[in-house]
Write a protein that binds this ligand. Structure first.
Ligand code: SF4
Ligand code: SF4
Length: 198
């Protein structure tokens, strides 16, 4: 016959005095520990749509696509492995954050286990190609401070956001670049062409 070890006896006595270590979930709500990594959620007002979180997500739970001048970001909780890389690498540090929510089991359609947000994109004034989300450019301009004025696209965009310029117009394909085209919101390819050809 094997006798219980001293350590096991101590644990048994502790459990008798303090009660069982396990929680009574789902009969009683379970309160996760402070650093528990639960369901990640986008916080739309703090997200600028940069896509950094999508690039670091190891499971492919995060995705983004640009449709009709809108950047759509999606998180699938049925694919997420709760590693926390999205939160750790978020540009604004608050755009996506892991919550304490862990009870994600459903019996219905798993397609409902997702969250989608959208951000308006700024387009090149010459070719119409998407450059970056509006909020991301404003975020960069604020970070750069006076250095914003070293880049014509950033400068024009920042002035417009402050209602100091109405320079932004619809994209229109010009035959050739003129010198005045340098002071436009342009994608990197068109900016390069404008500088070389004008
Ligand atoms: S917690 Fe990890 S797996 Fe889940 S969305 Fe964030 S980066 Fe992707
Ligand atoms: S701001 Fe944060 S949450 Fe939003 S797209 Fe960038 S990294 Fe992802």
């Amino acid at each position: 016959m094997r006798y219980p070890k001293i350590r096991e006896l101590i644990e048994a006595i502790k459990a008798l005095v303090k009660g069982p270590y396990t929680s009574k979930f789902p009969k009683q709500p379970h309160q996760p520990f402070e650093r528990f990594r639960g369901k990640p959620e986008f916080h739309e007002k703090d997200c600028v749509g940069c896509g950094a979180c999508v690039n670091v997500c190891p499971s492919g739970a995060l995705s983004m696509r640009d449709v009709d001048n809108r950047r759509l970001l999606e998180i699938r909780w049925d694919i997420c492995i709760f590693c926390g890389q999205c939160q750790a690498n978020c540009l604004t540090e608050k755009g996506i954050m892991l919550s304490h929510e862990f009870d994600l089991a459903i019996t219905g359609n798993r397609e409902s286990l997702k969250q989608e947000i959208g951000k308006d994109l700024v387009v090149c004034q010459d070719c119409g190609e998407a450059i970056a989300p509006y909020e991301q450019i404003i975020w960069i301009a604020k970070k750069l401070g006076p250095l914003t004025f070293s880049n014509p696209s950033l400068m024009l965009f920042y002035l417009k956001s402050q209602k100091l310029s109405s320079a932004v117009s619809e994209a229109k394909q010009e035959e050739e670049f003129l010198r005045a085209d340098r002071i436009k919101i342009l994608c990197p390819r068109c900016r390069r062409e404008a500088v070389i050809k004008s």
